[in-house]
Design a protein around this ligand. Structure first.
Ligand code: OXD
Ligand code: MN
Length: 572
């Protein structure tokens, strides 16, 4: 199962499976530029031929995945001005996209099923659904017919071919198909990532009894040599990559990375939940990445890396907000928009969703088992979000069912990874809101059903928030490598340590149970405070979200957990 997705420097067809069209040009007139159609498995050949007839490219290149091919494609793209070599590093490249094609477009991402309710719950009172976009097969067929015929004809007119007005990312889970049009950016066009490994795979997982989740996977070893693996779900741009590659600030601890974005998990014959990372690389947000926040990512991206929409230095390097590297005297910066830029300018030099795409094997702390087909055993699942107020640094769910509720109630400040504007607190259940491949109510049922699996040893569930601020807006917790202190407490809880006290929202570290040695002043009272008014409002918000959005499909167990929380908060 491992390595289904191999991000690399390659061309993207943008089409995995067009379905239905009028044949315009016969294949005889199409040139196979490289490779042999006859050598392809029948189904693949059929797909290529149908796609070529539909899209009418000048020629067909059958990828062989070799380094020579990679180099040839890069050379071609360089000649065409689509990528630039970054001479400061080894085999690193910069691509600047059309400024209209810079992030996932959730509003144009659809799931196609015969019945709307198979894709999304029907919201109460005619409210606008926020848990995915459904399109009927007929409407989708029409959309495909409008977009694909002849779409590969002729020379591209811009440096970055895209069609923002017509962008459409379609998924047909019943056929396991993905059909993407009009965008060349990230999750819209790296179809193995969000489209397959989350949306289609979550549906496969439900049908087959496993889980496909928006989670990092890391191994953590304590000073005594005891190793545990945990999986953690945070919404986009909440520091998943930083946590997955963390350099623990606590002496003697070691973190090793299995993956930074997606986990496929299933129970093995002994009842242990085992996880694999289905990706082969990292596609991380560049701004904020530095030798302080993520030294392992910085080491990973020194070679064989494709950067998009970062700024470029005149000495052939990359630059972005928070890179924390002084510019050498005389070195100038060109922004992601190709304009001269200097520190202090109002506009950022890199797009907030600019990225690096690098092979995972280059990360200095990849776990020895990161490609093990049987996966690594998961002892804890951690949910989290960017919550400036009210939510404590860490708490543990009372049990699996409560943990599923905690996942359903996740919220976070919005991100630049998609098209959202401004900093609002958005609901993002299980960090999967943009990635559900089927009705979220049924997804909750699927999670709840794990409890009934015979012999399943369920991981414990935790919630973390590294982003709480004081009244002056300052972070209350240093984050990054210091988050190892929270993982330490989680590991001790897994060992059965009696180091938690009960609160209305879950179990938090007892006084003195969190190792804060050498950290300086930390206001633990504020960090763990549970303001009653905040939690009353939080419960109201969760209730209106779940009852409005999940409506008839909300499992009664989740509603019961919400009501239990409501009762505990009222008695606070
Ligand atoms: C990502 C995301 O990983 O948007 O790119 O979550
Ligand atoms: Mn992600």
């Amino acid at each position: 199962m491992a390595a289904a997705y191999r991000p690399g420097l390659r061309l993207n067809w943008h089409v995995l499976s067009p379905w239905g069209w009028a044949s315009r040009r016969s294949l005889q007139t199409l040139q196979v530029l490289s490779g042999d159609l006859g050598q392809l498995p029948e189904g693949v050949r059929d797909f290529v031929e149908r796609s070529a007839r539909l899209c009418q490219p000048e020629g067909i290149h059958i990828c062989d995945g070799t380094e020579a091919e990679n180099t040839a494609i890069l050379t071609l793209l360089e000649q065409q001005g689509l990528v630039r070599k970054l001479p400061k590093y080894s085999n690193c490249w910069l691509a600047r996209t059309d400024p209209k094609d810079v992030a996932r477009v959730e509003s144009k991402t659809v799931i196609v099923t015969p019945s709307q309710r198979d894709t999304v719950p029907l919201p109460a009172g005619g409210a606008r659904g926020q848990l995915g976009n459904w399109m009927s097969p007929a409407e989708f067929q029409q959309a495909v017919d409008e977009r694909f015929p002849g779409c590969m004809q002729g020379e591209p007119v811009s440096q970055w071919p895209c069609n923002p007005e017509k962008t459409l990312i379609g998924h047909v889970p019943d056929q396991r198909e993905i059909i993407s049009f009009g965008s060349g950016y990230g999750g819209n066009s790296l179809l193995g990532k969000k489209c397959f490994a989350l949306r289609i795979a979550s549906r496969l997982a439900r049908d087959e009894g496993w889980l496909a989740e928006h989670m990092l996977i890391l191994g953590i070893t304590n000073p005594a040599g005891k190793k545990r693996y945990v999986a953690a779900a945070f919404p986009s741009a909440c520091g998943k990559t930083n946590l997955a590659m963390m350099q623990p600030a606590l002496p003697g601890w070691k973190v090793e990375c299995v993956g930074d974005d997606i986990a496929w998990m299933r129970f093995d014959s002994e009842g242990r939940l085992r996880a694999i990372n289905p990706e082969n690389g990292f596609f991380g947000v560049a701004p904020g990445t530095s030798a302080t926040t993520n030294p392992n990512a910085m080491a990973t991206i020194q070679s064989n890396t494709l950067f998009t929409n970062v700024a470029e230095t005149s000495d052939g390097g990359v630059y972005w907000e928070g890179i924390d590297q002084p510019l050498a005297p005389g070195v100038t910066v060109t922004s992601w928009l190709g304009k001269p830029w200097k520190p202090g300018d109002k506009e950022p030099c890199a797009h907030p969703n600019s990225r690096f795409c690098a092979p995972a094997r280059q990360c200095p702390i990849m776990d020895p088992a990161w490609e093990a087909p049987e996966g690594v055993p998961i002892d804890a699942i951690i949910f989290g979000g960017r919550r400036p107020k009210g939510v404590p640094l860490v708490y543990e769910a009372f049990n699996w069912r409560h943990g599923v509720f905690v996942g359903s109630a996740m919220r976070s400040e919005s991100t630049a990874a998609a098209e959202h504007k401004g900093k609002i607190i958005m609901h993002d259940p299980f960090a999967m809101r943009p990635f559900f491949g089927y009705n979220f109510g049924r997804y909750l049922e699927h999670w709840l059903s794990m409890e009934e699996r015979k012999g399943a040893r369920l991981p414990r569930i935790f919630h973390v928030n590294w982003f709480r601020r004081d009244e002056a807006g300052r972070f209350l917790w240093p984050g990054f490598g210091e988050n190892a202190r929270v993982l330490d407490w989680i590991c001790r809880r897994l060992e059965g340590e009696d180091s938690a006290r009960e609160t209305p929202i879950g179990l938090v570290p007892k006084e003195g149970a969190l190792d804060l040695s050498g950290l300086g002043a930390i206001d633990t009272t504020q960090l763990f405070s549970l303001p009653k008014d905040f939690w009353k409002q939080e419960v109201r918000d969760i209730r209106s979200y779940l009852t409005e959005q999940v409506n008839q499909d909300l499992p009664k167990e989740v509603l019961a957990e919400l009501e239990a929380l409501e009762g505990r908060v009222c008695r606070m």
